[in-house]
Each structure stands twice: as C-alpha cells, then as structure tokens.
Design a protein around this ligand. Structure first.
Ligand code: 9MJ
Length: 731
C-alpha cells in the first residue's frame, strides 16, 4: 500500500487531492461500509504525508481537508442556531398495545389510501442511545452541525462534529444536492468506551459512567482537540432541509441514498408489514441488544412512504407516522436500605444489598449481590446511599454505583440519621462460628462447615437441584423446615424420611408428602457424575464431575485414588510434552487433563475430611447407587490402587526401547492391569521396565534397589494370575 499514487508524484496540488481522496476512502470503508481495507497505521501514515505536503504548500489547504478536522474553539461558547426544519422528537411506546394503537391511528389517518386488508409498510430501525444532531451540507461540504436543543434551535457544534471521522467533511458522488440537512445520532461504541475508560483509569482520571454520557461530554467540549480524542461515531436516520434533489419516496430509499452519499447508516433495518411484524422485530432486537456494538434503548418504526407523512401529521412536536418502542430501562435509582450477609454452600459470606424495590430491566428488584467486601469498598457504597441499580437483559441485577453527590457532609445530623458504613462481620451471622478471610481470597468464610445450618441448607439445595440429584419439589422453604425440625442433617437423611415425619411440616399435605418421597426415591440411581456434582465439592462443577466419573469406576475408587502421585505424574507428563511440543514429537496423553491442581487440591481436602467420607458412606448405605458415569480414561491415571487386576497397587516406570511395545502401549497395558505408571524412579517405584538404551533411570533403579523387568517379564506378570513379584528378573 503506497501513500503516493504514482500519477500524482510531480504536482503537489494533484498529490494533495489524491491523498485526500485516499483518506476519504479509508474513512468511508471504515465507518460506512464497516469494512476497513487498511490498518489504522496506514491511515495515519497517509494523513502525515498530507500534513507534510500542506506544511510545505500552505496554499493547498482546503477547509474539507482531513487535516483540518481539529480547528479552533468557538470564541464564546456554542452559538445558538435555528433549525431550518424543526428537529422532532418521537412519541414513546412501552407495550404491545401501544404499538397496536399506533398502527390503528396510522390506518385511520390514511383512510381510503389503504385497502381494508392491506397492512401498512413500515421501516423498523434501532433507537440509538446517543445525542441527536443535524448536519448541514452545502454543495456537498459540511457547513454546520447543530444539537437538537429545543427542536426549533440548537447549539452550533460544528467544530466538534468535524473531528468525528465517521462524519464525512464532503459528500460522495457526482449527484450531490445543493443543500442537504441530515439528522442522526452521535454515539460512542461500547468497545471504544471501554478503551477510553481503561485509559482514564490508567491515567488516574475519572471514568465515564456510560457511553452516552461519554458521548454527551465529548460533544459539549469547548476545545475540539479534546473531542477529537474521544472516539465518537455518527449514524444517520433522517432528513431536514433538502434542495436540489428529489425527495426519496420512502424512508428505506432515503436511508439507502444517505449511505450512497457517504453517510453511515445503521445496518439493522427492515421493511415490515403490519404491527405484528413490528413486535417481532422488537423482540429480535431486544434479544440481540447485548451483542450490538453500541447501546440502544429501543427500536423505531416509521411509515415507509414519506409522501404519507404529512397526511398522517403530528401531535405536539412528535410525528404520528413514527414511534419509538422503548426497551425497559436498564438503570434506575433507588435507596440502599441495608447490607445483609448470605451464607453460601461453602461457607462464603456474601454481602447482599437490600434495596427499596425498584422497577428496572422489566422486573422489580429488591436485592442485589455485592459480591464481597472489596467490591463495596471499591464502589464506595454506604448504607443509606441513593444507588443506581442496573439490570441488563437477563443478567442478574447489580448495584452499579452510588450517587455520592447526594450524600450530606459526614458530620451533619442528616448524615448520621441515615447513612452508615458497612462492616464485614467476623462471625457467621447464622451459626456464630468464626469467619475468616484466607490469604488471596476475596470472600470471608464461616469455618463451621456442615454444622452451620445455613451451609447445610445450601448444601441440601445444591444436592437436590435439577442438574444434580434432581429431587423435584425440594425447594428452599422445605429445606428450611427439614433442617430446622432436625429431620435432615446430611443428604443421606433425605433417603430415610417417611410420610409420618413429613406430615408434621407446614403446608405438607398427604399428597405433597407422597410426591416428595417419590421424587427422593426416583433419585436413588444417579449417574456417578451427578452424584459427584451433587456433593458440592469446591471447584467440582458439572464438567469436572463428568471427567472424574469418566476416569473412575465408582465412588470407593475415587476415594482411594493416590492424588499426590497423580499430580506428580501429571506434572511430569506436562513437562515431557513441553519438551516434545517444540520438536513436533507426538504428545503424551495428559491424565485428567482439564482437572488442574486447584481442583485436585480441593478434592483431596474434601475426601480427607472424615465427616465428608462419612456423608458419602451414609449415602451409599442409605441405598443411593451411582451408575458408572462413563468409560475408564484411556490414560488410566485415575485407576486407584484398589482397582482389580494382576498389577493392582503396583507402580511402574518404563525406560529405554522395548522390543515389541511402544512405551505408551506398555503403559496402557500396565494401567489396564491395574498398575500405575510414573515418569521417574523413586523409592516408591515397585518395578522398572527397561529396554534397549536405558540410561539414567536404570542407574537410579539399581542404586535404589528397585527390581528391573524386561518386556517379556512384564507381559508374563500381566498374564499370570499369580501374585506379582514372582517373575522378577534382570535384563
Ligand atoms: C434514534 N434515536 O435512533 C429517530 N432515532 O426519527 C431513529 N431517532 C428519529 N430515528 C425522527 N432511529 C425523529 C427522531
């Protein structure tokens, strides 16, 4: 990619024109076509070439040169400018009914223009959450940019809009109208907003609250050089004054034409017929809201035929031929009434915000998790604060921030009456046991384990949930009662419940008791994976549980697994693979591949706890029969010492080249026979299997007195039913 078209080499004027044309094309590809052809660095390089050329030939500078985007600040703030055609706002709808009403009124206004069974054609587009502006192009050159203001006149923000690269300084094509006023929205893309805030954070500056606020702030900068550093965009959606060109007949054609003239137009627009199609568009866009590159606060419907617009008319300052169908607001302000502590299944103490109920994101929110004490400090939340609650799409509601500016001074009587700082308790609020915050952890934990009723309840709910043991009907209220009545201490107790015990509980009729007992009964034969997940071992989610169930035949095998050895062997294999990878040699299969040291550590701790082992034993004793959850893992690392087979409990190391078996094949045979294979010789190694060219491992085995086998001896051991050790030999 050359910055110097060869034809323009000699003549500076022609070269400047060619560079400008090139830069305009890059901008157009980037902002209008959404298909950049060159990296940003090339744009910058071409821009610099033009700057150099203009510095050497100042007489060549034109007002629409891309070097002239950042100009001088307006002398006395923003001047007021009248709009030649008023900038309208839109009527809002929040419900399906209101959309049906809109369509009905449109039909009534059109009267005989529409056949009885003919649906109205609408363009549906997105409602960008930015700031409306009007751009005035005179003979194709950007002459004026104004905010909406009160609709009749706005502020002159030309100097700032000129810095927005998505706004062409000159329209494209040969059929440019004498005068064009285009209406659209200035906004900031979400990714650009995140980058901007990252920069603010790194510079120790105040972060922006959301893309819309950041865009509004940028637009109202008195110094256009500041605006130029904020990544603003523009999307066109309407027409103001037009001279010297015929008006497009439909809104869809208008948008196409604006795009041809080089203006960015949103991609998500559809031509739809009748109100049901509009509602479908609304729901589709609502579902896609989070994945769009910019924030939208709804969709907009416009009668497609522009010649009908005047006939349909206006109410106040809003057209009756268009409607904004808004999404439920994602943010609302309410009061942080209190912060309470919830005790989780693993004892974690989670602060939860109790909020004055507020309607946000389509539901009423009265609680929101605050995650941990650091989060409360980071957000500088005080009980009593006015807070912004956010619920975007289906995500759980969160307290986005406090309106700190609404707090009275800390020494005032009104502050003392309502505000207070939250202090994390050092005791479990449910059982009173000590709470500790471990090194490197964000959460405080109650140390009482399952003797804490809160943890017991959470553990039972986890055990019973659909993705675990799937005991239908065993919900929060019932678990509370069962635990409080002392009927259920651990999961195994569920399997000993009877109708007489249940009859004593609140709101427990004969029928519900029967249903519950049947649901418990039906859960007696879970897959091993489900049972493992149901046990609620920290870091053992569904996927890890599935992997474990694939590697072990049953629970006793898992409980007897030699975890330190497995971990050591994994580390060795990973080291060996790290050596092989750069050489392109085949990699060894890694045992329990997705199960990292943190998980193994957690499993080991869980299984080392006598009360956990007891809980498992009781489940099995109570008649829970886990079904094998999958195949044995190929690598067999997880086959425990207690597994059956002639080599059960024996550990092997293989070294050198064996006469017939590849090393990994020999390892598989050993594991299939119940033995384990490790990568290095230690005192715990029971046998070394050595082949041709065995080196340091053989020396080490001899040194430690570890018996050495050849391949034939190994195979004999595997095939022989007799006790191992009988066929020892030296190579
Ligand atoms: C927004 N905000 O995205 C209009 N708008 O049309 C769209 N606003 C509008 N159209 C007439 N897509 C007045 C305002």
């Amino acid at each position: 990619m050359s910055a110097q078209p060869p034809t323009a080499q000699g003549d500076p004027a022609a070269r400047a024109a060619a560079l400008r044309e090139q830069l305009a094309r890059y901008n157009h590809e980037y902002y209008v076509l959404d298909a950049p052809s060159v990296p940003d660095a090339v744009f910058d390089q071409v821009l610099r070439a033009l700057q150099d050329l203009e510095a050497a030939h100042p007489e060549l500078i034109t007002p629409d040169s891309p070097t002239q985007r950042v100009g001088a600040a307006p002398a006395a703030g923003f001047a007021s400018v009248p709009h030649a055609v008023p900038m309208l706002s839109l009527s809002n709808a929040f419900s399906d009914d209101e959309v049906l009403g809109f369509d009905r009124r449109v039909r009534e206004a059109l009267g005989p223009l529409l056949a009885d069974d003919e649906p109205v054609a609408y363009t549906a587009e997105l409602k960008y959450d930015g700031l409306a502006v009007s751009l005035r192009y005179e003979r194709g050159v950007l002459a004026l940019a104004a905010t909406r203001g009160d609709g009749a006149s706005g502020e002159n923000v030309t100097a700032n809009l000129r810095t927005v690269r998505a706004v062409p300084l000159r329209l494209r094509g040969s059929a440019v109208p004498e005068l064009l006023e285009v209406r659209g929205e200035v906004l900031m893309y979400k990714a650009d907003f995140e980058r901007l805030n990252l920069g603010q954070r790194q510079a120790g500056e105040r972060e922006f609250v959301n893309p819309r606020n950041a865009a509004a702030g940028a637009l109202r900068q008195l110094d256009p050089a500041v605006t130029a550093r904020r990544p603003l965009r523009f999307l066109a959606y309407g027409l103001g004054e037009l001279r010297g060109a015929p008006e497009p007949a439909t809104h869809a054609e208008l948008l196409d034409w604006l795009r041809e003239l080089g203006l960015p137009v949103g991609a998500e627009r559809e031509l739809l017929h009748g109100p049901q199609a509009l509602l479908g568009f609304y729901r589709r866009m609502q579902a896609r809201r989070a994945e769009l590159p910019y924030d939208i606060d709804g969709v907009v419907y416009k009668v497609n035929r522009r010649e009908w617009h005047e006939r349909i008319g206006y109410v106040a300052r809003a057209p009756r031929f268009a409607l904004a169908h808004k999404f439920p607001a994602e943010e609302a302000v309410t009061e942080l009434l209190d912060i309470e502590i919830q005790v989780g299944r693993t004892g974690s103490l989670t602060p939860v915000a109790r909020l004055r109920p507020v309607f946000v994101g389509g539901t009423t929110v009265s609680n929101a998790t605050l995650h941990n004490e650091d989060e409360i400090r980071r957000k500088d939340l005080l009980i009593g604060d006015a807070v912004v609650v956010r619920r975007a799409g289906d995500v759980i509601p969160e307290v986005a921030r406090a309106l700190v500016e609404q707090r009275p001074p800390a020494d005032s009587p009104s502050f003392a009456a309502r505000w207070r700082r939250f202090v994390m308790p050092t005791q479990c609020p449910v059982c009173g046991s000590a709470a500790v915050r471990e090194e490197g952890e964000a959460a405080w934990r109650c140390v009482a384990g399952l003797s804490c009723p809160a943890q017991r309840k959470q553990a039972l709910l986890h055990f019973a949930q659909r993705r675990a043991m799937d005991i239908e009907g065993l919900g929060e209220k019932l678990v509370d009662q069962l635990v409080e009545a002392g009927l259920v201490q651990s999961p195994a107790d569920l399997y000993r419940l009877d109708a007489a015990q249940l009859a004593g509980l609140d709101r427990m009729g004969e029928k519900s008791a029967g249903n519950l007992l049947a649901a418990i009964e039906a859960s007696r034969r879970p897959t091993l994976a489900r049972l493992l997940f149901a046990l609620g071992i920290r870091h053992v989610g569904e996927e890890v549980a599935r992997q474990l169930a694939g590697a072990y035949p049953d629970l006793p095998a898992l409980m007897a697994a030699p975890w330190p050895e497995i971990q050591a062997r994994k580390a060795e294999i990973q080291k060996e693979n790290a050596r092989r990878r750069p050489r392109g040699e085949p990699l060894l299969p890694v045992p329990l591949e997705g199960i990292g040291p943190e998980i193994i550590d957690s499993l080991q701790r869980f299984l080392a706890e006598p009360h956990n082992r007891e809980a498992i034993a009781q489940l099995l004793a109570a008649g829970v029969e886990p079904q094998p959850g999958g195949q044995f893992a190929q690598d067999g690392a997880a086959i425990p010492a207690a597994a059956a087979g002639p080599l059960a409990g024996l550990s092997f190391v293989i070294t050198g080249t064996l006469p017939t078996l590849a090393r990994e094949a020999a390892a598989e045979r050993i594991r299939a026979a119940g033995g384990t294979v490790s990568g290095s010789v230690s005192r715990k190694t029971r046998f070394l299997v050595a082949g041709e060219a065995a080196g340091s491992k053989l020396a080490r085995a001899v040194e430690l007195g570890v018996p050495v086998l050849d391949e034939a001896a190994l195979l004999a051991m595997i095939e022989s039913p007799q006790a191992p050790g009988a066929s020892e030999s030296s190579p």
